[in-house]
Ligand binder design. Sequence first.
Ligand SMILES: Nc1nc2c(ncn2[C@@H]2O[C@H](COP(=O)(O)OP(=O)(O)OP(=O)(O)O)[C@@H](O)[C@H]2O)c(=O)[nH]1
Ligand SMILES: [Mg+2]
Length: 368
Amino acid sequence: MQFIDEAVIVASSGAGGPGSRHFRREKHVPRGGPDGGDGGRGGDVVMVADDRSRTLLDYHFERHYRAGDGAGGQGQKKTGRDGTELRLAVPPGTQVWDAESGQMLADLTAPGQTVALLRGGNGGWGNVHFATATRQAPERANQGQPGQTRTLRLELKLLADVALVGLPNAGKSSLIRAISASRAEVADYPFTTLVPNLGVVRHRGRVFTAADIPGLVEGAAGGAGLGLRFLRHVERCRVLAWLLSPADPIDPVDAITLLRRELAAFDADLCQRPAVVCLSKADLLGADADAAARALSDRLGVPVFAISAAARTGLDRLLDALAAHLDAPAASAQEPFDPLREDLPGSGQPAKKGEHLAPARTAVRRKI
Ligand SMILES: Nc1nc2c(ncn2[C@@H]2O[C@H](COP(=O)(O)OP(=O)(O)OP(=O)(O)O)[C@@H](O)[C@H]2O)c(=O)[nH]1
Ligand SMILES: [Mg+2]
């Protein structure tokens, strides 16, 4: 299935039905008086987080959505039928913005979470409401209120616990395949992964999610490679796993400096998240793998896990470490992994969150 993480749609709530202008007509009841009922309410537009849905693909193709209008009132004080509510299912992790004002309208994170985005118009009053002592046969009935229309921007930001970050070909997809049931594509050329993959990891009775995002290259912040388009999916991860491979074209310390620089250009906070460092493809180093991991650990000043997705070695220790980070009471209470802080260009003036992105990311959240 195609992975789409952005869509712009136009949604309209239903109009209220008109009130009825009607008079009671019955045998032996002369001048029966007004009995026109009210119009029905227009349908609301409601968005629901549905965990069966993984992408915004549907909204990419179909752009216009409309809830049902309320039906008109009728004689005998009958109220018209309410318009059908329009329920739009989106994957959990979807944020909804007003495309015109740039305001955030909703952030649907929990499966089943529901938010009413547009209220349907009220139905008009029927003439039965307008009878007074002096006006016993009112001709007046109200029209229903019109519905509202809004252009909505939907943005999906995956909600994974752990994000795998590395250069292209570092072995991220191989790792997610090894630790979860994900069938992410693996191949020996860069940019095999073009869209993020999500995997559910089950480890010692614990369940957490991991996201494999496309590889980052130098200049990603400026749009090189697949650019930063998919980094929004890292934004909500609680722990980062940096993957450094002995087959990377550059020295692992240079690689992590480069990766951190690109990530910081997207969001300075990301580099402050708890993180673990992995030396992937450890099988390529044979018996030297542990020594290489120790040497790298000394250079970085943090533990380094030697892992091999192919030989399935070191995975349990890595998952134990990830689980421990996720279980820590407050991630912020931990010492953030920041061994190369001084090396990080512009560390004195961290980039503002999402500075280079489209507008509206800093918009005020509005309660509706
Ligand atoms: N020997 C060995 N090769 C591995 C291991 N993990 C991955 N590879 C190989 O490395 C190559 C790249 O692996 P991927 O998992 O596709 O790497 P990736 O980081 O997802 O790459 P992109 O999606 O392009 O960023 C493939 O040819 C894999 O077979 C490993 O543990 N050992
Ligand atoms: Mg990949």
